[in-house]
Design a protein around this ligand. Structure first.
Ligand SMILES: [Zn+2]
Length: 101
C-alpha cells in the first residue's frame, strides 16, 4: 500500500509595519510563506504550491500577496537591520541636531 498526501508548512518571513487594508490601522503585519508539499509515506518530497500572505496583528485579517511583494517586504526588513547595525557601529548617518547651549 502506498501512502501519499500533502503537508503544509508555514514560515514567517518578516514583520513589517503599514496601514492594514482591512482595519485601516497602522499595525505590524506578519509576512508568511505557505508551502504545500506532496508527501509519500509522510515524507514531504516536492512543493505543489507556494503562497504568500500578510497577517495583521491588530485585526487578524490575512491577505494574499505576490512573490514580488513578499520579496520587497523581506528586503525592506533586511535593509533596516543592516542600517541599524551600521548605526550601532559607526553612529547615525544623520545625527539628531544637538541644542546649542
Ligand atoms: Zn488589520
Amino acid at each position: 500500500m502506498i501512502i501519499f498526501g500533502a503537508s503544509t508548512r508555514v514560515t514567517l518571513l518578516a514583520i513589517v509595519n503599514f496601514v492594514c487594508g482591512n482595519c485601516h490601522q497602522p499595525a505590524a503585519q506578519r509576512v508568511y510563506l505557505k508551502v504545500l508539499r506532496f508527501s509519500l509515506f509522510f515524507i514531504p518530497l516536492f512543493p505543489l504550491s507556494k503562497t504568500r500572505f500578510v497577517d495583521c496583528v491588530y485585526c487578524g485579517a490575512s491577505t494574499a500577496i505576490t512573490k514580488d511583494q513578499a520579496d520587497r517586504y523581506v528586503e525592506f526588513v533586511e535593509n533596516a537591520k543592516l542600517e541599524a547595525e551600521l548605526d550601532r557601529e559607526f553612529g547615525p548617518e544623520n545625527p539628531a541636531p544637538t541644542s546649542a547651549n
